[in-house]
Ligand binder design. Structure first.
Ligand code: CS2
Length: 489
C-alpha cells in the first residue's frame, strides 16, 4: 500500500502472479472494449491467479473497429492494469494477464485476423464464447426481437455465410464448422445489457443460421447453450484525462483502464462444456437471471439514461456532476423507488431500497468522469428495456410514471436538437430518428417508430398530453426545475 499525502490516493497494488506458460486459452471473447477488460477479464484473472494458471485464459477480438487496442495490448505483452476507484482517495491497481491473445478482425483487417478468429472459435479447446458487442451488435429490432434481415451487415453475412463479419454471423459459421468436424459446440455467454440476453443472442444466431441451413439452425437451437447473464461495473470510456490520472499513479500504459470498485456478475448456470469456478471470486451462479437483469436495467441503466438526456439540458456533462444536484438526485431516487421498484419481483434477500442508495453513491463517484454523452449513445437500442417495459407494467397497474415520461421527453428533445444540428446523435437508427424529428409533430413522429415504442402508447391521449407538457418544460433550465418540483410533489 502507498500512503496517501494530501493530494494522492492510497493505492493498493495487486500484481499478476502466474507465468504465461501456465495458462491456455479456453474462452474467446468478441468485443474487446474497456468494459470487457475491466469486468470479465478481472474475474478470469482472479480464477487464474487462484489456480496458478489453467485452461481459462481469454483470446479477445474486435470485430468492427478499434485495431488500436489490439496493437496496444500486443505492445504491452498482454499485460495491463485496471485502476478500481472506491473514491478519489482509494484505488486498487490490479495487473491483469488473463487476455492471453488478441485479434483484430474488423474494418481494415486484411483477412488474416478474420481467419485466425474463425480458427480459434472452431478449435475444440474453445469451450466458452463471451460477447460484449453492445445491444446493436445482435442486429435485432429492439421492440420486436426479430433479426434485422435487411441490415446491410446481416444481408452480407447471408450472402457469404462463410465470410461473416457480424457477431451472429461469426457464431453461426464457427458452429457450422464445429458441427461438420464433430466438435461439441461452445457455450455462448452474452454479457450485454439486454433482458434475456442469452435468449436474444440465441434468437439472432438461430434466425441467421436458418437463412443458410434449417438443419444447422435446429442443431444450434437444441445443442448450443446460451445462458443469460447480468453484468455490472461502471467503466467509462478512457479519455486523455483518465490516462493522465493513471500516469500519476505510475501506470503509463495505453491499454490501462479506470473504473469503479464495485463489480457484479450474475450468471445462469448452464455450461455443458464446463466453466471456470468463478463463483469463488464472487460471480453469482443462479438458475434464473431475469429478476437481477430487470433490477439492474431499470434501476441503474434506467437512471443512467434519465441523467443522460436530462442532465445536459441542466448544463451537466458527467454523472457525478448531475447527481451532486440535490433536485436531480431526489428525482432519481423517486424514479427508482416509485417507478422502477414497483415493476420488480426480487428474491426475498434483495433489498431494493438499499440497492437504490448504493446506486446513488456509485453515481456520485467523481473519480470516474463518466460522460453523459457516452450513455446517451444508442438510445433506440436502450429505451425499450430501460424504461418502456417497466412503463407498460406501471400503466397496466394504473400507477403513475411521470419521471419516466420526463425521461422520454428529454430523449425526444435530444433527438430534436440533433435534427437541428445542435448536437450529434450516435445511434444505429439515427436516419429514421432524425427524419421523424424533422416532421411537423416530432413527438408523435418519434413515438410512432414501432421498432422502439409499443403501439399502445400512441393511443393514450392523456399520456401524449403529459409528454407534450414535459417537452415544453424542457426548453429552459428554470422551467425544468419548476416541472421537476411539481413532479416530486
Ligand atoms: C451505461 C452502462 O452507457 C450506458 O448505457 O448505462 O454502460 C452502465 O455504465 C453499465 O451497464 C454499468 O454496469
Amino acid at each position: 500500500m502507498t500512503p496517501a499525502d494530501d493530494n494522492s490516493p492510497t493505492v493498493t497494488r495487486v500484481p499478476g502472479t502466474y507465468r504465461p506458460a501456465d495458462i491456455s486459452t479456453g474462452i474467446v471473447h468478441l468485443g474487446l472494449g474497456a468494459f470487457h477488460r475491466a469486468h470479465q477479464a478481472v474475474y478470469i484473472e482472479q480464477v487464474l491467479q487462484r489456480h496458478g494458471g489453467g485452461p481459462w485464459a481469454i483470446c479477445s477480438a474486435n470485430i468492427r473497429s478499434n485495431m488500436r487496442v489490439v496493437e496496444e495490448l500486443e505492445y504491452q505483452q498482454f499485460s495491463y492494469h485496471v485502476a478500481e476507484y472506491a473514491d478519489q482517495q482509494h484505488v486498487t491497481l490490479r495487473q491483469v494477464n488473463a487476455i492471453a491473445s488478441a485479434i483484430y478482425a474488423g474494418e481494415g483487417d486484411n483477412g488474416s485476423g478474420h481467419a485466425a478468429l474463425l480458427d480459434i472459435l472452431s478449435a475444440a479447446t474453445t469451450r466458452i464464447v463471451t460477447l460484449t458487442v453492445t445491444e446493436k451488435g445482435y442486429y435485432l429490432i429492439p421492440a420486436q426481437q426479430q433479426l434485422r434481415l435487411d441490415d446491410p451487415a446481416i444481408a452480407a453475412d447471408i450472402a457469404q455465410p462463410q465470410q461473416p463479419h457480424t457477431a451472429p454471423g461469426l457464431l453461426v459459421e464457427a458452429l457450422r464448422r464445429r458441427r461438420a468436424a464433430g466438435i461439441p459446440p461452445f457455450t455462448v455467454l452474452s454479457c450485454d445489457n439486454m433482458p434475456d440476453n442469452g435468449k436474444r443472442c440465441q434468437m439472432a444466431v438461430v434466425q441467421l443460421a436458418a437463412q443458410q441451413d434449417a438443419g444447422l439452425a435446429d442443431w444450434i437451437a437444441t445443442e448450443v447453450a446460451f445462458p443469460c447473464s447480468m453484468v455490472d461495473r461502471i467503466v467509462p470510456a478512457m479519455t486523455d484525462a483518465s490516462l493522465a490520472t493513471l500516469r500519476d499513479l505510475g501506470c503509463n500504459e495505453p491499454a490501462a483502464i479506470i473504473c469503479e470498485a464495485f463489480s457484479q456478475w450474475v450468471v445462469e448456470d448452464h455450461f455443458p462444456q464446463g466453466r471456470p469456478d468463478w463463483e469463488v471470486d464472487g460471480v453469482q451462479m443462479v438458475a434464473d437471471v431475469a429478476p437481477f437483469e430487470a433490477m439492474k436495467l431499470r434501476m441503474l441503466n434506467g437512471s443512467h439514461s434519465l441523467l443522460a438526456y436530462l442532465g445536459p439540458l441542466l448544463g451537466y456533462a458527467t454523472v457525478a456532476e448531475a447527481v451532486a444536484d440535490p433536485q436531480v438526485c431526489a428525482l432519481l431516487r423517486g424514479y427508482m423507488l416509485e417507478e422502477a421498484k414497483p415493476t420488480l419481483s426480487m428474491p426475498a434477500d434483495v433489498d431494493i431500497d438499499a440497492y437504490a442508495d448504493q446506486l446513488l453513491a456509485r453515481f456520485a463517484n467523481d473519480s470516474l468522469h463518466h460522460q453523459l454523452r457516452q450513455i446517451a449513445m444508442d438510445g433506440s437500442q436502450k429505451l425499450p428495456q430501460r424504461w418502456l417495459a417497466g412503463m407498460q407494467q406501471l400503466r397496466h397497474d394504473q400507477l403513475p410514471c411521470r419521471r419516466t415520461e420526463l425521461g422520454i421527453a428529454a430523449w425526444v428533445m435530444t433527438v430534436m436538437q440533433a435534427s437541428k444540428g445542435l448536437l450529434t446523435l450516435n445511434d444505429p437508427m439515427q436516419a429514421t430518428l432524425l427524419a421523424a424529428a424533422s416532421e411537423a409533430d416530432p413527438l408523435l413522429a418519434l413515438l410512432s417508430v414501432d421498432a422502439i415504442f409499443p403501439a399502445q402508447l400512441l393511443q393514450d391521449q392523456a399520456l401524449l398530453v403529459r409528454l407534450r407538457e414535459a417537452l415544453t418544460a424542457l426548453s429552459q433550465p428554470s422551467t425544468i426545475r419548476t416541472f421537476i418540483a411539481q413532479l416530486q410533489g
